[in-house]
Design a protein. Sequence first.
Length: 427
Amino acid sequence: MKTKIFVAFLAVILALTGFMGYSIYKKKSAGILPDNIYINNIPCGGMALGETKAFLINSYNMNDVVLTINGREYTYPISSLAELNVDSIDNFNIPLSYYFMFGENHVTLDYYKVNRDMVKSTLGSLIKDEPKNAKIKYKNGEFSIREEIYQGNLDDIYTELDKKISLGKIDITRFVTAPTKFAEGLIDECDKRNNYINEDTKFSNIPESITTDIKKSHIVKNKIDYSWIDEYVNNLYLKYSTAGGTHEFTDVDGNTFEVVGGTYGWLMDSDATKARVMSDLKKGKNKTKAVFTQEANIIGSADIGDTYVEVSIPQQTIKYVKKGKVKLQSACVTGKMTKKRHTYTGVYSVIEKRKDTYLKGATWNTHVMYFMLFNYAGQGFHDATWRSAFGGNIYVRNGSHGCVNLPYSAAEDLYSKIDVGTPVVIH
């Protein structure tokens, strides 16, 4: 009985072995690789030889080799360092024993060969006769990074690659001498410089922009030069500092003329503006601001706006205009037409308002009810109850000591309407 069981068991084993042998023979004859085969660490199990060839060629074209130097990685396509050897794939033959082996079976196939000339061509920009630090350079309107250069012998590296390229990652630290500054440390600064030259920087409070053309015209030896800012801001000062200069004035009747002098207007702090612009540009901001120590209603030479007090010396009248409409009009008496007593022409603004006060001078101490100072020479608007007449040519021989004398009611009305800072145009 035992003999029959053994014979039956043996028959089954032989049958299974025969079946497996036939299956393996059939698979090998058909050019099908074993299920557990890896060629150069690439899983190729169960592939036909033709499929494996296409797969390996594609791997050669698509895969990279990583060279490491002191932990830094430099990646290159295999195809830039080695030549494809198609014949080695065509002649590839898997031994029969691999079909019977369990676990992963790794096979090395030299289907590409490291080429010395290709190594020198590909790595020639990375490895030269002396080390050089990475640096930022400017060319054709753009900043870029020239990567670091190592010192080394490319023949030595060729030999190392020839031995180990199939590993995919090779450390070549011992073959080179490293520089001290590397590209990754310059990326942020390079991006910052490109952002700087590729975007206008606009002023938020004046209609000016530092254009990309201006910025690009001041790149010196691969670096951004900021020395031009001094002259640039000086020109802005001359353009926008209108205080004491010439103001374009249009009266309510539509007459336009220039009024020169006075204290009203914009006054730029050129030093503070230079510092602000410099700081904003260095931070890569696309907005900056001019710094003014004194401001007016509107930017530009026509900076008076549509609310003001107008004094006409020839006509001996004043007008208070609010938003382009006359709200008060009166005759007046301005300063006597002498060197020491005339009313100063120009554009000013109300400095202070005082009520029930005394005006003191060398020979007078006069009480007034309403006083509105408009310049630092002490000249202002006030009521003059001692006068019985205003306007005409009174000012020529019997004018004030420089103030604009008004009838009591006009002074009272003007006092109630104007504010400190209201422009005063005297012409």
